[in-house]
Design a protein. Structure first.
Length: 148
């Protein structure tokens, strides 16, 4: 039985360019469940957090300003990321760490996500993002499909 996500940390990232926006980065944790529905020990917790944090720094460096979410589940051998405003909270690009290098997988996946929504692979641009949100946001309309 899954548990609710708990906010562990909240950071404000101030805008770095004219026309940019301040953003809030939330670090959340979901404890694994034990067989009786309680909390199980999580030996991957610290490493999962560090990997997700490193992924976010990489995405911020390569695609600055885009509103990414990252997660690592090393127990399952995967990392995942998305843009929740566009993709919703239940659709992720998943990288299988047993078959792919994390950076290669993130580069390919981030590029695909941005291309599908017709967003530039460079820094965040507000007008194209607002257009993509209006046309495709699964957060606003969960039945919408991710564009091809």
């Amino acid at each position: 039985m899954p548990h609710d996500l708990r906010i562990v940390r909240q950071d404000v990232v101030e805008k770095t360019q004219p026309g940019g926006n301040d953003r809030v980065i939330l670090t959340k944790y979901e404890a694994p469940a034990s067989a009786d529905g309680g909390y199980a020990d999580d030996p991957y917790r610290t490493q999962d957090h560090l990997v997700a944090q490193t992924m976010m720094r990489w995405l911020e460096r390569e695609y600055p300003g885009h509103l990414w979410a990252t997660a690592a589940n090393l127990a399952q051998g995967i990392v995942q990321f998305n843009i929740p405003i566009l993709m919703g909270v239940d659709r992720w690009y998943v990288v299988n760490l047993k078959t792919h290098d994390v950076i290669d997988g993130m580069r390919q996946g981030a590029g695909e996500i941005l291309e599908r929504y017709r967003l530039a692979r460079g820094p965040f641009q507000l007008d194209p993002f607002l257009e993509a949100r209006e046309k495709h946001s699964r957060l606003l309309v969960p039945s919408r499909k991710i564009p091809n």
